[in-house]
Design a protein around this ligand. Structure first.
Ligand code: AQP
Length: 339
């Protein structure tokens, strides 16, 4: 094998499959902004529109959601001059490398993906083939840039580990140290933001009830109402983390507070331990509004100028293709394709 050194490069993405949630913000976008400001990394952020269609998307909704994701990234601090920001369908290297990696990934590996099992439920015969193959397209998204770091929420960890398996098999099969062993970056108190009505389920864009999630575009009254109605238990907040065990809803609200306040859950309990929900929930609502309102205001302003958003994504796609296309070309060459 030839040793190759890889530029520290961050890649991550969000599916435009509905309105963005606080989970997407705390588990992904907020941390992307921090990595963008770290000179160690080149940063590439993608609206992964081709992943969205693994389940049915109304075409008009897909268009709107694609722009909403781009607007959320920019409003949260992703700067298209500092980071590459684009939408996936504009860079064909993703789909092309996705096919090549479909032929590297093993069916047995795919069968272990818990997200597929969760999303398909009992319906495994009727869901799209794309939903099953999704993780190998995700591997292509990452490996097309030789990305070394992928900041994701806890729910995506297994898919980044699969990316490593695919990269390792490719490198082994072709006797080349060509693809990096990408690291998932999962740090912070809010890496798995849970549903406000059921603390055992993840907060998702496509969850059944709007009351179970906080949307990035929710107004102040809606955020306050959702937090007030969030499920809790009759006990007061504990002073120590141990006191949250077996209390998933309480733990979730504490973690959300910590994520928004940029502190630790321990510190939140240090402040609120012994207090009841009547004190904690209004404080959380106030904090959530304080952090999200400036972002949602800016998102609305950006969404009023869709042409500008489209132009930003188009320009980003040119930069993305300039990185991905040579890596794709080399992959074809290593595999023996005549181009
Ligand atoms: N609840 C969450 N807590 C922490 N991080 C989360 N992320 C999503 N939900 C949470 C992180 O956001 C990034 C983009 O995820 P995605 O929207 O592309 O895919 P997803 O994880 O499948 O999100 P949803 O909301 O559950 O989408 P739907 O309902 O449409 O399937 C990822 O880094 C993810 O970890």
């Amino acid at each position: 094998m030839t040793d190759q050194t890889f530029t520290p490069r961050v890649f991550s993405g969000i599916k435009p499959s509905g309105g963005l949630t606080l989970g997407n913000y705390l588990g992904a976008i907020k941390r992307w902004v921090e990595m963008q400001e770290d000179p160690t990394y080149e940063t590439i952020f993608c609206v992964v529109d081709m992943h969205a269609i693994t389940v049915w998307q109304d075409p008009a909704d897909l268009t709107r959601a694609t722009r909403e994701v781009a607007a959320a990234m920019i409003a949260s601090g992703i700067d298209p001059e500092k980071s590459v920001l684009f939408n996936q369908c504009r860079v064909s290297a993703h789909a092309e490398l996705g096919w090549l990696l479909n032929c590297v990934a093993r069916v047995g590996w795919m069968n272990r993906m818990t997200q597929f099992k969760d999303k398909a439920g009992k319906n495994t015969e009727k869901v799209s083939l794309g939903l099953y193959a999704y993780p190998s397209l995700m591997a292509a998204d990452i490996l097309a840039y030789h990305a070394t770091h992928v900041p994701v929420g806890e729910d995506q960890k297994q898919h980044v580990e699969l990316t490593r398996d695919i990269a390792a098999k490719f490198n082994h099969d072709y006797g080349r140290d060509f693809f990096p062993m990408t690291d998932p970056v999962i740090e912070g108190p809010a890496m798995r933001v849970m549903n406000l009505r059921d603390g055992s389920k993840k907060m998702s864009k496509s969850g059944e009830s709007d009351m179970e999630r906080i949307n990035m575009l929710d107004d102040a009254d809606t955020i306050a109402k959702k937090i007030k109605k969030a499920r809790t238990d009759p006990e007061a907040l504990p002073a120590e983390m141990d006191g949250l065990s077996g209390r998933p809803e309480a733990r979730n609200l504490v973690n959300i507070y910590a994520g928004l306040a940029e502190t630790t859950s321990e510190a939140v309990l240090g402040e609120f331990g012994g207090e009841g929900w009547g004190k904690f929930k209004p404080a959380l609502a106030e904090l959530a509004v304080e952090k999200l309102a400036p972002i949602s205001d800016e998102m609305r302003r950006l969404l009023d100028a869709p042409d500008e958003l489209d132009a930003i994504m188009a320009k980003g796609a040119e930069k993305a293709a300039a990185i991905a296309n040579p890596i794709l070309e080399e992959t074809f060459k290593i595999m023996g394709f005549v181009r």
